[in-house]
Ligand binder design. Structure first.
Ligand code: FBP
Length: 550
């Protein structure tokens, strides 16, 4: 296999560990107070009777001794890729070996499905070496299957028993860690001797709370997108002829888009959570964008950059309603709809079957978007919001608005535009030093939790803006993050999804700057991630957590 020069140099990088882990994973455990769930305490304590209320844990350095017992661990990568996953596994492996060189690590292949299907490999030192400090999840693959049913839990336990596995580490987002919590409780309740530990993964940044400052992968993904946005800014500031509309991944939450705006000072940055809070209509959003374009045109600046979170459509009240109604309609009249073959027929069918108000919203959308709303549906028949090309929707509607404004003498410019979508470009990038270190620490902490016999915990590394010497490793009971939410018509215990908080420092800082960034050309060009060089260039935490920690 040919590897790049950077990959070669990067393979030699030794991630920095929190001090408490410097003598191996056999650490001194400091127990905090008993904990409670973030909301719905009574219900959560009933549902997780075996694991609820455990204390928060932090580690202090051990004496470097090993454990007599041997431990076998199975690891699962769950959901979308995020930079640093390989380093979680490397940290877990090294931590386990520090506890006892005879410990073994197995990787279940292709996500949670591999746990049930008993599809696995043993991860050896030699195998792992090719993956240290690299991006991707290809070491064992990932998948979006879910571990939800007791049958799956039992099947997994059987497979673990056959391999002598005493603990499972689930590396995933809020849903996967919710399921890790259910699994831990189920095993404990039924005296199945398998510990379960979670790790907070997702580029979306929506798995965070008072205990987890940020999910891993967010830092690297945002740096990659910000580099690309900066490059585009330099291009448009050079040619001065295009407005670039850039949609950014992040599912529902706008954390990625906001972080990229903070790093690059884009002229326009839409935030879904604000749109919902203010009940902004699509027309109001389009008017805002058109006003910024017109204002810059007055200064002769017919160029700029607008950032759009991929989840924004669901936050726009009338579009959110449209999507909900469409899901219902396509669900109830699935056969009738599927019998139609032509795009035009499908659109006509939808127009005729929606309520009058919603049908008018649908009719007002550009044809491309009408068609995407009916064509791209997930396996449950729901509209796949992440596939809707919102950047094109906004471009089309802004162009119409600007033409009207021109007629009314309110716009003097020329509207040239380009559309982009950034998502997959960042999910498997080589992890920044921050993510390489953070992930290695998370994996190593997971091994310390396992060594100490803990279950139902999420591995944690805190104090992330202070430099690795001050990082605090430990574990947080997953039940602490739980509340009850209505999902698919039923009350379910879930980890609270963290959307952008409008009263928190990152958004507030953005609000204090956005009018200036809109009119002036105050672009910042972050450039590519640097792995070697001065610490202030290579080891910075992202803007979101820096602002949050102030
Ligand atoms: P996770 O929530 O599983 O980490 O995935 C994040 C994400 O990258 C979202 O930002 C995006 O909407 C989605 O995955 C895309 O999913 P897919 O890989 O299935 O296209």
């Amino acid at each position: 296999m040919t590897i790049s020069a950077l990959q070669k140099a990067r393979a030699a990088y030794t991630p920095k560990l929190p001090k408490a882990l410097a003598n191996g994973a056999n650490v001194k455990i400091i127990e905090g107070e008993a904990t409670t769930a973030v909301a719905d305490q009574e219900k959560i304590s009933e549902l997780f009777a075996a694991t609820y209320g455990a204390p928060k844990l932090s580690f202090e350095a051990g004496d470097g001794s090993t454990l007599d017992k041997t431990i076998n661990v199975g690891v699962i990568l769950s959901g979308g890729q995020a930079p640093g996953g390989h380093n979680v596994i490397a940290g877990l492996f090294d931590g386990l070996k520090s506890l006892n060189p005879n410990n073994k690590l197995f990787g279940f292949l292709g996500g949670p499905g591999g746990y049930v299907a008993n599809d696995y490999i043993e991860i050896t030192a030699e195998y792992l070496n090719d993956y240290r400090n690299t991006g991707g999840f290809d070491i064992i693959g990932s998948g979006r299957t879910k571990l939800e049913t007791e049958e799956d839990f039992d099947k997994g336990a059987e497979n673990c028993k056959a391999l002598g596995i005493n603990a499972v580490v689930i590396i995933g987002g809020d849903d996967s860690n919710t399921n890790a919590c259910l699994l831990a409780d189920y095993y404990k309740k039924n005296d199945v001797a398998i510990q379960v530990v979670g790790c907070p993964k997702t580029i979306d940044g929506d798995l965070k709370n008072d205990q987890i400052e940020i999910s891993f992968g967010f830092d690297t993904a945002c740096r990659v997108y910000s580099e690309l946005i900066g490059n585009i800014m330099r291009d448009c500031n050079s040619s001065k002829k295009y407005w670039h509309f850039i949609r950014l991944m992040g599912r529902s939450a706008s954390h990625i888009t906001l972080e990229c705006a903070l790093q690059t000072h884009a002229n326009i940055c839409l935030v879904g959570e604000e749109v919902r809070e203010k009940g902004q209509s699509l027309d109001e959003i389009v008017q805002y964008v058109a006003d910024v374009i017109a204002r810059r045109a007055e200064d002769g600046n017919n160029f700029g950059v607008a950032l759009i979170p991929e989840g924004i459509v669901e936050f726009i009240p009338e579009v959110g309603l449209l999507i909900a109604e469409l899901n219902e309609l396509l669900h109830h009249k699935e056969d009738e709809f599927n019998a139609l073959t032509h795009k035009g027929e499908k659109i006509e069918f939808v127009l005729n079957n929606l309520s009058e108000k919603t049908s008018a919203v649908y009719a007002s959308l550009p044809r491309l978007i009408q068609s995407q709303l009916t064509n791209d549906r997930d396996p449950h028949g729901n509209v796949q919001v992440s596939l809707i090309e919102t950047e094109k929707l906004i471009i089309e509607m802004v162009a119409v608005k600007l033409a009207e404004m021109k007629k009314a003498g309110k716009y003097v410019g020329k509207f040239g535009h380009q559309a982009h979508f950034f998502g997959y470009e960042g999910r498997c990038a080589a992890p920044s030093n921050f993510d390489a270190d953070y992930c290695y620490g998370l994996g190593y902490s997971a091994s310390a939790l396992i060594g100490a016999g803990k279950t139902g915990y999420m591995s944690s590394v805190q104090n992330l803006t202070k430099g690795q010497d001050f990082w605090i490793a430990g574990g947080v009971p997953i039940t602490m993050m739980m509340n009850v939410e209505r999902r698919h018509g039923a009350d379910k215990p879930v980890i609270q999804k963290a959307l952008v908080k409008l009263d928190a420092a990152p958004f507030q800082y953005f609000v204090s700057q956005r009018d200036k960034w809109a009119v002036e050309t105050d672009f910042v060009y972050p450039g590519p991630i640097q792995y070697f060089g001065p610490s202030e260039v290579c080891d910075q935490a992202c803007e979101t957590i820096k602002l949050e920690s102030k």
